[in-house]
Ligand binder design. Sequence first.
Ligand code: HEC
Length: 425
Amino acid sequence: MERWRSWGMGRRPIQIWYAAILVLLATLLGSFLVAQETAPRPPQTGLLASTPEPVYSNNTNDPWNRIFYFLFSRRIETRVSEEFSEGAPFVDGVSTRTFERNEIGDRAIDPLYPSQIVDMGRRLVLTEPGYPGFTKALHEALDESVPRSTVARALMQSDLWGAHDILFVPFPAADEKELGERRLATLDLISRLIRKIALTPAEIKSLPNNYSAAVQRHAFPDVFGKDSGWIEVLGFHPRAHDSVAGFRRTARVFLKPAQVQRDMKEFLNGLPQRAESDPIGGLDGVALVTQLLLIDTEGKLHPTTLTSEAQVRMFENSDESRSKPNDGRFKTNDGTLKRTSLQVCEISRKLFVREPGSGGLVPEDDSMPAYDQGYGFGEGQAVNQGPDASILVETPIQVTLRTRCAECHGDFDADKHICDCAPSA
Ligand code: HEC
């Protein structure tokens, strides 16, 4: 119990003291008690109670829909930040109560979450009641002779590959004794299905470039366009995004210099030095476009034109008179005021399979709910606490998308990363 109280511990006693002075004792102590009762606990994640989402066809009983359900659809217990007023009361900016979120999971995330710090995501499909349903769906998918489109096979293979990598890692010895057999049996089914639905090299080549639909329909920058002014930077491998994705995807970085550069190489090589004093110096924007790798019928790896996620940050000139604190405005070295605007889109398998022309990429607003902490989804907060220095994990916190970005890229001006991916000399 004591161990889970780490979050904001330092500030709580002060709060009580002031409450006493202000004779608001009853109310404030009341909320303190609520906070105590619901002190941070490890994440509670379960399978969704509802039926599978009709992702790959209208039939919810389709084995592919059931596989998707076991890989992705979860009930997640979360706390919310004070960016969401409905979460009140808050202590130290986070709701004292927890909320349940039904996550269908049809977005740019890895299956079997949470799996980065805790591993209940995969335990759910290896224990009752998940295990029999999951393996039945895998068997049926192996036995069926239903034709599936190249896009559907590509997306499903990528997800199965992610599940394979997560299940490949043995549990600690005691748990492995109990679950090891099921783990290996499931791995075998998944491997066979990865192979069965693999695309030929020619099919992989024929896959659409779905990012272009995001450019046409949702005004994303044409980073692949020859005359768009955007250039791809190849330096700094391995990239954090590639490595957390187990190298099943590739995160491509693009920059848009503010002016036409006569010597692009010199401009790029100068970025890391200039970044010391002016992180966005000379840039209009930066973009990260994540694309899937696939395994072909011969077992060979291929890059593809399938984008699963795109994140863009544009640095726009901003009018000082309208400036409010914390709205993303910041001053550059030459004194101009800039604002970072974000553009984010994520894959929806359902949309892409049903309407291939849409490209399947769904744009997101920067005020949309997201989970904080790291690259995962609904993973929870790691807290290194306790005499044995073991890693403890608390319920995840729901924040806005913009706050999530700022957690890695710096506060609001989100300007910390550009130099990280510029090529070295
Ligand atoms: C967990 C940390 C983390 C979070 C959260 C995160 N990023 Fe990043 N981002 C990185 C890292 C690290 C890189 C450098 C590329 C790499 O190593 O993968 C990067 C690169 C980028 C780039 C490419 C150019 C650059 O600035 O380096 C853009 C654009 C970007 N991120 C936008 C976003 C947006 C928008 C969000 C919110 C939706 C976001 N990021 C959330 C860690 C993060």
